[in-house]
Unconditional design. Structure first.
Length: 447
């Protein structure tokens, strides 16, 4: 009886397993088969060496022919100029990776509805191995995420990614290189500007920008970086002429502004700006024939004066290099120095009732090192010099090398005060709030 019962259980399990296998096989057979997406072309983007883009639905628009020169794309027709590399690379990448999501019958009565009679765009491209391909692009599909297209003259209409249709719809202005001036702002070793305020020259020395014309002065690194970045990142608003046939017409025979950047190897890039045209200005890169328009913002940036580019920092010191500080102001005087055995700590040297006590040096050094002028006056008149004769604040900073710098700050005159440093004859026009921050009592810096 036990044997028979075991046999029946085994048989039952086998029937259940067989049923399960049958059920799951049936489920698999009843589910729709997922067909992997099919690429429109079996190519790599790097295979494409030339490309012609036309818009047959716009008969008056010339076809644009691109050719690969080394690693860069060049427009050959209808003008000979550099292409916008990222835009053309993007179009070629989209061609190479385009996948067909669906196909429709290619019936003559449907082509017009698909936007393929005539097509919105046509692309003919050649591969490095000599092979050629074509693509006709039509309207967006009803869902809006695809475009109708005919691949290599097929007898069916394919649905390709909508982004490809957007890229193929671009015109010459969107596909050409619209960079105003080709140079790497990080490699500039010197530059010159001739603008309505005069001539400015600057050069980089030991990572520090220095102005050499109209007079020698330190330049503001931030101001110079902003200027160079604005020029190197500027793009054309539009093209006025492909050839410089009549430069006087555009005010470029005697330009209003001339900017030249020179890199460390001596290579120069020059941009000229001429007459105003509405909200824009005519301009040209002297290495190219094209006359184009640039924004008024760029014009204003290149119109900056010597005073806009010079360094306006009053005191050039590094807090870590300071050994001692003395301040004399309306509250009296105090002095601090670093501890010999603990150089990160500071103590009072005076007044006598604070001597030896620990102090917060940053409460003096921070406002001193952050002093920045609104204007630097290289040749101050007697009235300004008279203000300096009786300073409200005098700070003496001694470095670890033993050298000292003295800063004298006048009483406020209106909204401003004037500072002078012992190593310069110039006066620095500063906001009066800066003076208040340096009127410090010993209790203000005591720990």
């Amino acid at each position: 009886m036990i044997v028979k019962k075991t046999t029946l259980i085994t048989l039952g399990i086998a029937v259940v397993l067989a049923g399960a296998v049958y059920y799951f096989d049936w489920r698999r057979g009843s589910e729709p088969k997922v067909t992997p997406p099919k690429r429109a072309y079996s190519i790599q983007a790097s295979d494409v060496v030339s490309l012609t883009l036309a818009h047959p639905n716009q008969p008056g628009e010339a076809a644009i022919h691109f050719a690969k020169r080394g690693e860069s794309w060049q427009i050959i027709q209808p003008v000979d100029t550099s292409a916008d590399q990222s835009t053309v690379d993007g179009l070629v990448d989209q061609l190479a990776s385009a996948e067909v999501s669906q196909t429709e019958p290619d019936t003559p009565d449907r082509l017009k509805a698909y936007g393929l009679d005539p097509p919105q765009a046509s692309l003919d491209f050649q591969l490095a191995n000599g092979g050629t391909h074509t693509l006709l692009v039509g309207n967006k599909s009803f869902g809006g995420d695809s475009v109708y297209a005919i691949v290599d003259g097929a007898n069916q209409v394919s649905l390709l990614p909508e982004l490809l249709g957007t890229s193929a719809a671009k015109d010459l202005n969107a596909l050409r290189d619209r960079t105003v001036l080709h140079f790497d702002s990080g490699l500039v070793a010197s530059f010159t500007i001739k603008n309505p305020s005069g001539g400015i020259e600057a050069s980089k020395q030991s990572e520090q920008w220095k102005l050499t014309k109209p007079s020698a002065a330190l330049a503001s690194g931030d101001a110079v970086d902003s200027l160079l970045g604005a020029v190197s990142g500027a793009t054309m608003l539009s093209v006025a002429s492909e050839k410089p046939d009549d430069l006087a017409r555009y005010g470029l025979a005697n330009p209003t502004i001339a900017f030249t950047a020179t890199d460390g190897k001596g290579a120069q890039s020059t941009l000229l700006l001429g007459k105003k045209d509405g909200d824009a200005h005519f301009a040209r890169d002297v290495s190219r024939p094209t006359v184009f328009r640039v924004s008024d913002d760029l014009y204003k940036k290149l119109s900056e004066k010597f005073s806009d580019l010079r360094d306006k920092k009053v005191l050039h010191i590094v807090s870590a290099d300071v050994q001692a500080i003395e301040v004399r102001d309306l509250n009296g005087s105090l002095s601090l120095s670093r501890k010999n055995q603990s150089p990160d700590d500071w103590v009072f040297d005076s007044p006598p009732d604070q001597k030896g006590k620990t102090a917060w040096s940053w409460k003096i050094l921070d406002p001193l090192t952050s002093l920045t002028a609104e204007e630097v006056i290289d040749h101050p008149g007697p009235n300004l010099l008279a203000l300096e004769a009786k300073p409200e604040v005098t700070a003496v900073v001694t470095g670890k090398d033993g050298r000292t710098l003295t800063v004298k700050i006048s009483q406020a005159s209106g909204d401003f005060a004037y500072a002078q440093v012992s190593d310069s004859r110039s006066l620095y026009k500063i906001k009066k709030d800066s003076v208040h921050a340096l009127n410090i009592k010993p209790a203000d810096v005591a720990q």
